[in-house]
Ligand binder design. Structure first.
Ligand code: SF4
Ligand code: SF4
Length: 271
């Protein structure tokens, strides 16, 4: 039994949250291949039959032209588990009726993460603020829509790479515990899965996929067992040295031109 698993459908996003934890603000357009995802989720279902909550996300998953297929495939291999599709909702008005029926048919929870409206001084939030009537979709298609208002992010990276990995992992796990399924691997967190976008943009060399074999396990490898996989998810790795032991929250905001400082913890700068 695993409590939680998340998977990218897309790496890129149509929004620019400062310090996006999945580095989607730095990612080029990348849609995950449905057949690769099916191979991976099938293998996961052989290794772990029960995952309490699976969240499909990105990036922004509504940018994927085959988003509907991921819903059917995930439900096929996990018929009884809780499955959510996580979106910033900016494309909600553009989604066609087959999208909504696939949400309904597969008993998917549509989770909207909404952020403070860019220019608002009155605590208004995107999507809701833009006049999207969520009850219209609820009533017309019988879908479940959950709204998660998010107004704070946290900075994690320690550029010196001198953190105690167990302490750093202990600190991040007080905020989130998000194993990621991606390209045939299970990662202990989004940082290990997507740090390459940060490394490429800022010419750093923080260990992580695909350059270093740290923080991930190949679920198709011979000899992989359920026990090995579960142990791996809870084991710190050399990427953790590059996370602060003291994550700091800051007020959410947009940054259309991402800078390295968007991700660096106040105690994480090179001396
Ligand atoms: S909506 Fe913001 S936090 Fe979510 S993936 Fe896009 S940029 Fe990142
Ligand atoms: S690399 Fe380690 S410390 Fe950093 S977010 Fe991932 S699990 Fe946490």
């Amino acid at each position: 039994m695993l409590n939680y698993l998340e998977a990218h459908i897309t790496d890129h996003c149509n929004y620019k949250c400062q310090g996006c934890g999945h580095f989607s603000t730095l990612a080029p357009k990348k849609n995950v291949d449905v057949s690769i995802f099916e191979r991976d989720i099938k293998r996961m279902s052989e290794l772990i039959t029960q995952i309490h909550h699976i969240r499909l996300m990105g990036g922004e998953p509504l940018l994927h032209p085959k988003v509907v297929d991921f819903l059917y495939v995930t439900r096929k291999y996990y018929p009884k588990m809780r499955i959510s599709l996580v979106s910033n909702g900016l494309l909600i008005k553009k989604m066609k009726s087959n999208f909504w029926t696939s949400i309904k048919d597969n008993n998917i929870q549509f989770e909207l993460t909404v952020y403070p409206y860019e220019h608002s001084t009155k605590g208004k939030y995107t999507v809701i603020d833009q006049g999207v009537d969520l009850d219209y979709y609820r009533n017309k298609y019988g879908v479940r829509i959950k709204v998660q208002k998010t107004a704070a992010f946290f900075s994690l990276i320690n550029l010196r790479g001198d953190s105690n990995p167990k302490k750093a992992m202990g600190a991040c796990r007080t905020i989130f515990n998000c194993p990621n399924l991606y390209e045939g691997k299970v990662f202990i967190c989004p940082m290990t899965a997507n740090i390459n976008y940060f490394n490429t943009k800022f010419k750093t060399s923080i260990p992580g996929y695909p350059i270093s074999k740290t923080g991930w396990i190949d679920i198709h490898e011979e000899g992989i067992t359920t026990e090995k996989l579960l142990k791996h998810i809870d084991t710190s790795c050399s990427t953790c040295k590059f996370c602060t032991e003291n994550p700091t929250y800051y007020k959410w905001k947009l940054n259309k031109k991402p800078e390295i400082s968007d991700w660096i913890s106040p105690d994480g700068w090179l001396e």
